[in-house]
Design a protein around this ligand. Structure first.
Ligand code: CU
Length: 174
């Protein structure tokens, strides 16, 4: 076993040494037509940059459309939304009301009453459907429209102390 490892290591070292020798032996040749190499790869680099820029913009646009973060300045106490006020405490949730209707956007007003918590809404398969941070001194607004009626679970997404795991409550969607 040890001799096999030794042989593999030796072969590997020989291979790396061979690569070094090859590069050193050929370095003079490359130096001779260096300007043409530079010119060629500068062109490739330019095209690569444009490709990446277009790709980045496209992916950003597609993955943030519709924009997932609600307008924080807006008030959602209107006929279009159902407002739910959420308070995160060590270690429980307050949620008023805790029953909403499906098909109509819910605006969660989420705040932390003591330390930072994470407000996570899970469906009955425990798949995360919406989340935002619950921070003391701030009210984070989160808009989510439930398509399916059912019992949704609220779990804390940010470790907030000893009984963090016990921060569970339920939201009923009719
Ligand atoms: Cu918490």
């Amino acid at each position: 076993m040890i001799s096999t490892v030794y042989a593999i290591s030796l072969a590997g070292m020989a291979f790396i040494a061979a690569v070094f020798i090859f590069v050193i032996k050929n370095s003079k040749e490359v130096e001779a037509d260096y300007p043409s190499v530079i010119q060629k790869w500068y062109g490739v680099r330019g095209k690569w940059f444009i490709f990446l820029a277009i790709l980045g913009i496209t992916v950003t646009f597609l993955s943030t459309s519709p924009y997932p973060i609600a307008d924080q300045e807006k008030t959602y106490e209107d006929n279009e939304h159902q407002v739910v006020k959420v308070g995160a405490h060590q270690w429980y949730w307050t949620m008023v009301p805790n029953t909403v209707e499906s098909g109509k956007p819910v605006a969660f007003y989420v705040t932390g009453e003591d330390v930072n918590h994470g407000f996570g809404v899970y469906d009955d398969n425990l798949t995360l459907v919406a989340q935002t941070q619950a921070m003391p001194g701030y009210t984070n607004k989160l808009i989510h429209t439930f398509d399916k009626p059912g019992k949704y679970k609220i779990l804390c997404l940010e470790y907030c102390g000893l009984a963090h795991h016990a921060m569970i409550t339920e939201l009923t969607v009719n």
